[in-house]
Write a protein that binds this ligand. Structure first.
Ligand SMILES: [Zn+2]
Length: 257
């Protein structure tokens, strides 16, 4: 049941992706529905109802559609962080690190991954990882509420999931993130190939996600801060991995390509 095609990405807001997967025949779950309408259209076309909503964090572009969806599907279960219950839409189930969830025919595991926000969650559904705004293709989220130490620790935890884990981040930022990665390693063939592939996929109107974690670890500069070879490329050999991460994250904020 855990094939990539079983997860559909639905464009919402500026550059958000709502991920939808089936939970039972005719029923589906959605991760971070920042808008209701595009998801409702998608479900209508498939003749599905919405059984569960998983919320990774409280930002409006991730939760904005929940109220309308709840009215459309009164039995919908809205799931989010217990630690952030006061600033999320009303939750039917408040969850924390290590909790297991039954989502119809699937099960999910909850990881607490602070850094982008203090109460940020990631959801692991079989081989699929929904990291919200903590991990992007070739990038990571901004440090709005957490410290660099927290974010680095969160990214390392996500990065240590099995190689075959497929990652489904909350935004399509791959091309801009690859420009930043190539700024440090302009000749690296794997990055250049990834940029070509990304351009082609976007031209065809397709998402650049998911990819297996095993590949992401090799491409994403924010996952490579403990790699001595990469540290040398950055000229940051004397810094600790977390200091390298903090420096890269700061430089990324100001990077315009
Ligand atoms: Zn966010």
């Amino acid at each position: 049941m855990a094939n990539a095609e079983a997860v559909a990405g639905i464009a919402a807001n500026q550059d958000n992706v709502i991920w939808r997967f089936s939970t039972a025949p005719g029923r589906a779950a959605a991760v971070d529905p920042g808008e209701a309408e595009p998801l409702l259209d998608h479900l209508r076309q498939r003749g599905e109802s919405l059984s569960h909503v998983l919320l990774t964090h409280h930002h409006a572009d991730h939760v904005g559609g929940v109220e309308v969806l709840k009215r459309a599907f009164p039995s919908l279960r809205v799931i989010g962080a217990a630690a952030d219950a006061c600033r999320l839409p009303p939750l039917d189930l408040a969850v924390s690190e290590g909790d297991g969830l039954a989502l119809g025919e699937r099960t999910a595991r909850v990881m607490a991954v602070p850094g982008h926000t203090s109460g940020h969650l990631a959801f692991v559904v079989g081989e699929w990882l929904f990291p919200g705004d903590v991990l992007f293709r070739c990038g990571c989220g901004r440090l709005f509420e957490g410290t660099a130490e927290q974010m680095w620790h969160s990214l390392q935890r996500l990065s240590s999931l099995p190689d075959a884990t497929l990652i489904f981040p909350g935004h399509e930022y791959t091309l801009a993130n690859l420009a930043f990665a190539l700024h440090w390693e302009p000749d690296r063939v794997e990055l250049l190939e990834a940029r070509e592939e990304t351009r082609r996929l976007r031209r065809e109107g397709r998402w650049t996600m998911p990819v297996p974690l095993e590949r992401e670890r090799r491409l994403n500069p924010f996952l490579r801060c403990a790699d001595p070879e990469f540290a040398a490329r950055l000229g940051m050999e004397r810094l600790s991995p977390v200091e390298r991460f903090a420096t890269l994250r700061r430089l990324r904020n100001d990077f315009t390509g």
